[in-house]
Structure formats: structure tokens, C-alpha cells
Design a protein around this ligand. Structure first.
Ligand code: SF4
Length: 360
């Protein structure tokens, strides 16, 4: 029987799936995967950090936050030419999607955003799916990105609403959904997932999937990241999440969100080839290629090519989940009366974030 697309999962139902005997869970997830996806195809995506570090937010997992002392190299916004070059290399390496990330709290209607719009247009003209992750976004900004040829916007919910308060104090959980709503209104596809291994409970993981599944339609793309603890961040002493948890999370996401592309994202260098193979069996349909994922390490292109050959996988072609966006010159028009959003700033105290902040 075909798995149904459902928006009213309960936490208990999701926990029952997550806690199944692993062998049963992988079999069930693999079965659902075959109903909606080609199990031999895995999309290769490339993440380009177009502006690195110096972010005002206090996300406890992130080395790009200006509040923590980490060893990352800060970089101002790249030029369009630099992005073109990196995107070309990504394409030659087999990537069909480029995700551009900027360490911003939210997008501003300024010259830097105009440059990002040019980057989007440039990569779209290279016939790759273009995704951006730029922080919180208004509807008119989402519309301009769509007009420039953007295919997807990434905005992760990170974790459950309860645990989110232990991770970030500078922006509210509800703002995540407002940005996702703005993305949808502009006709973009949605990429939203989270991170495991931050000290959250299994129930938090189930609640995160519940929140994503409540979205109608489901996000087309759901990245599952395993925390890569980075020195200087509040989560730097967190133990590496066991590979079995990653497999369980991917399999559960696969069953709860049958039509979405589940992306095995950060944390692959912490996993063996066998562990990654189990993730593909459990329904992961995408990886990030290139030796860096924003600022954390990632397997090399050669290692991935070997893994694909070993497992009989092939890279997915672009635009599987929506039409190729048309470029409309209106992306150049700045909105005259742009909405002034009131993004929240909860400002509660998170002890471990405060401690690291004080050390800076
Ligand atoms: S995750 Fe994004 S918003 Fe949070 S500190 Fe890092 S760059 Fe900033």
C-alpha cells in the first residue's frame, strides 16, 4: 500500500516509528522511498558560503556567530565572478544544486542583497537548481529571489520548539515559520530540516519532524544534520551523535515525509562508508559535495565518487521537484513600500551560550 502524505501525525506515532527495531525501520523506510523516489539516484548539492562569519545571532551550534571565539576565517560577501567559478566547478563535479549561504540574521534590501540576486541569476543560467540560505526573509524579498531564478529557500527549524529555546535566544521559533510562509507565497520550494546531536531528546527529534510534517505542502527538501562540534561554540563538548541515531532519524523522516528529499547533510566525515550506505538505504536522497560544508569538514569529491560507484548510485538531474524557474527582470526592482517585519528577539538567558560569550 502506498504511504500517504499526511499532515496530522502525532508525537506518539512518530516515536513508534523511530523506536522500531532498526532492521524493520530501515526496511519500511526503504519501501516508502521506492514509492516516491528512484533509490538509485542521489542528488549532489554544493554549498557555497558567500558571506562567512560575523553573524549577530547566538545559535549554540554555529561557529559563524560573532559571539563565540572560533577559528573560522571571516569573509565579506563574495563577488558574482567568484560564485560563478565555484558553481562551474560544482557542476563539473556532478552537482545539480548550488546552495548559497550568508551568515545574516535576516535579509536587508540593500546593495549586498542586490549582489546576491545577481549570483542567483548567474547560477540559474548555468542550469542548476539554486537555493539560498540568508536568514529571515520578507515576502517581497522572497519574490525578488524567485524572479532572479531561485528554486529553493533554506530555513531550518533546527529542533523542536521546546529545545530551540536551549539553543537560540536571539530569534523566535515562530519566525522560522513566517519565513517559510513567505517563501511559499513567492512560489519557491522549501528546504527545512534540523540538527541532531545537540543534546535534545528523542521526543524533541519527533516533535521537529511533526512541525515539518504539519506544513502543507511538506517541505520539498529536508536536511538532516548531525552536529559537528566546533571548538569555541557552546556545544563544543557535545559527544558525536551515534550513526545509528542518524540512520533512525533519516528513516523516520523518510516515512513521515514520503515525498520530500531527505538530505544527509553535515556530519558525514564522522560516519563510515557503511554508515552512509545505511542512510541511503533508509531514504537519504541527497548529499552535499565538496570538502567543506559552510565551515565544517565534508568528504572529498573523490571519496563521494568512489562511494557512488561502490553502491551503484547516480547523481540526480536538476528540477525534479518543480519547474525550472524563469528569470524575470523585475528582480532588479527594489520594493517601494517594503514591509518592515518585526522579527522577534526573545532574549532569554541560555547559560552555556552566555558562558562562551563571556570567554570571548
Ligand atoms: S546558524 Fe545562521 S543565523 Fe545562526 S549564528 Fe550561524 S550563521 Fe548566524
Amino acid at each position: 500500500m502506498e504511504a500517504k502524505i499526511k499532515h496530522n501525525w502525532t508525537v506518539d506515532e512518530i516515536l513508534d516509528i523511530y523506536n522500531k527495531p532498526l532492521i524493520e525501520l530501515i526496511y519500511e523506510a526503504a519501501t516508502v522511498h521506492r514509492q516516491y523516489h528512484n533509490p538509485r539516484e542521489v542528488q549532489m548539492s554544493t554549498l557555497i558560503s558567500v558571506k562567512t562569519g560575523g553573524c549577530p545571532e547566538d545559535c549554540a551550534y554555529c561557529p559563524q556567530s560573532a559571539r563565540y571565539q572560533t577559528k573560522i576565517q571571516r569573509n565579506d560577501l563574495m563577488s558574482v565572478d567568484e560564485v560563478r567559478e565555484l558553481a562551474q566547478k560544482a557542476k563539473e563535479g556532478g552537482s545539480s544544486r548550488v546552495c548559497m549561504g550568508a551568515a545574516w540574521r535576516n535579509v536587508r534590501d540593500n546593495e549586498e542583497f542586490d549582489n546576491v540576486l545577481e549570483m542567483v541569476r548567474t547560477v540559474r543560467e548555468m542550469d542548476m537548481e539554486v537555493c539560498c540560505t540568508l536568514g529571515m526573509l520578507t515576502e517581497s524579498q522572497a519574490k525578488r529571489l524567485a524572479d532572479a531564478g531561485l528554486y529553493a529557500y533554506n530555513h531550518n527549524v533546527d529542533t523542536s520548539e521546546d529545545y530551540y529555546k536551549e539553543i537560540i535566544s536571539t530569534r523566535g521559533y515562530e519566525d522560522r515559520f513566517k519565513t517559510i510562509e513567505n517563501t511559499r507565497k513567492a512560489g519557491l520550494t522549501v528546504c527545512s530540516g534540523g540538527i541532531i546531536g545537540m543534546g535534545e531528546s528523542v521526543e524533541d527529534r519527533a516533535k521537529m519532524l511533526l512541525a515539518l510534517a504539519a506544513l502543507n505542502p511538506h517541505p520539498e527538501s529536508v536536511p538532516i544534520n548531525a552536529l559537528v562540534p566546533v571548538e569555541g561554540t557552546p556545544l563544543d563538548e557535545q559527544e558525536i551523535v551515534p550513526v545509528w541515531d542518524v540512520v533512525r532519524m533519516i528513516a523516520t523522516a523518510r516515512i513521515v515525509l514520503p515525498d520530500s528529499t531527505i538530505r544527509l547533510s553535515a556530519g558525514r566525515t564522522q560516519m563510515s562508508k557503511e554508515g552512509q550506505a545505511l542512510c541511503f538505504m533508509a531514504g537519504a536522497g541527497s548529499i552535499f559535495s565538496g570538502d567543506k560544508l559552510l565551515t565544517t569538514p565534508n568528504p572529498s569529491e573523490n571519496e563521494d565518487a568512489e562511494l557512488f560507484a561502490l553502491l551503484g548510485l547516480q547523481p540526480t538531474k536538476p528540477y525534479k521537484k518543480g519547474d525550472k524557474p524563469q528569470i524575470k527582470e523585475t528582480y532588479k526592482e527594489k520594493p517601494l513600500n517594503a514591509e518592515k517585519p518585526k522579527w522577534s528577539r526573545p532574549g532569554h538567558t541560555i547559560e552555556r551560550n552566555k558562558e562562551k560569550y563571556a570567554k570571548k
